[in-house]
Design a protein around this ligand. Structure first.
Ligand SMILES: O=C(O)c1ccccc1N[C@@H]1O[C@H](COP(=O)(O)O)[C@@H](O)[C@H]1O
Length: 213
């Protein structure tokens, strides 16, 4: 089965249209205000209207960092999301999953095998590198972790590999980690927040040319 791909942090039409052309599995809108990939709920709705019409379009993921219920409800009042990608505790993720009719993916920072998550009651886990202490955001830092950490991991639910992936390393990352799905933000950009269409094409081809675990 081919590896599934999520492209995260779409802010403009050209990048989004490339994702649609490449038939990526998920696209992500980033609702963390301190990210260069931040979009307002209204802007996300405008971009999402481009693929409401697309047959078999991508799943739409909204990324939130420690959101209140009101933060999520504000977004859902103007655009529909299939998935809430959360940077929060497992307990809060469970609470949010019980409140909203969306799937919940929990992002988990790892730097050693003991960090590999055991949470079962989310729909997916995103396993990614721990942010540097100097970073003002918990993800989107373009930093990889040792991919072999997940090779023997018995994941409790389906998962995605994230952190520092690029067209040049994604095939190797998949082979090393055993990931069946990958997530990228900064690795397919020409400038922070601006996607590079050519890099998206190369990333998707490289990821799909490799069979995950
Ligand atoms: O992309 C961001 O700016 C961001 C901000 C806050 C939390 C998460 C963010 N992005 C997510 O981080 C990972 C890895 O990103 P990268 O490929 O290393 O740039 C990915 O899951 C993004 O969705």
């Amino acid at each position: 089965m081919s590896v599934q791909v999520k492209i995260c942090g779409l802010t403009e039409e050209v990048g989004l249209e490339t994702c649609l052309d490449q038939r990526v599995d998920w696209i992500g809108f980033n609702f963390f205000a301190r990210s260069p990939r931040y979009v307002t709920p209204a802007r996300a709705a405008q971009l999402a209207s481009l693929f409401d019409k697309a047959p078999a379009g991508p799943g739409c993921v909204g990324l939130f960092v420690e959101p209140s219920d009101a933060d999520i409800a504000d977004v859902l009042s103007v655009t529909s999301l299939d998935v809430l990608q959360l940077y929060t505790s497992a307990e809060r993720a469970r609470e949010i999953r019980a409140t909203f009719e969306c799937k919940v993916w929990l992002s988990c920072p790892v730097s050693s095998e003991t960090d590999l998550p055991v949470t079962t009651d989310v729909d997916r886990l995103i396993v990614e590198s721990r942010p540097p202490q100097t970073s003002g955001r918990p993800g989107g830092n373009g930093i990889a972790f040792p991919w072999g950490l997940t090779r023997e991991w018995k994941a409790p639910v389906p998962w995605l590999l994230a952190g520092g992936l690029r067209p040049e390393n994604v095939a190797h990352a998949i082979a090393e980690s055993g990931a069946a799905a990958v997530d990228v933000a900064s690795g397919v950009e020409s400038a922070p927040g601006i996607k590079d269409p050519e890099a998206i094409v190369r990333f998707v081809a490289a990821a799909r040319g490799t069979v995950g675990a």
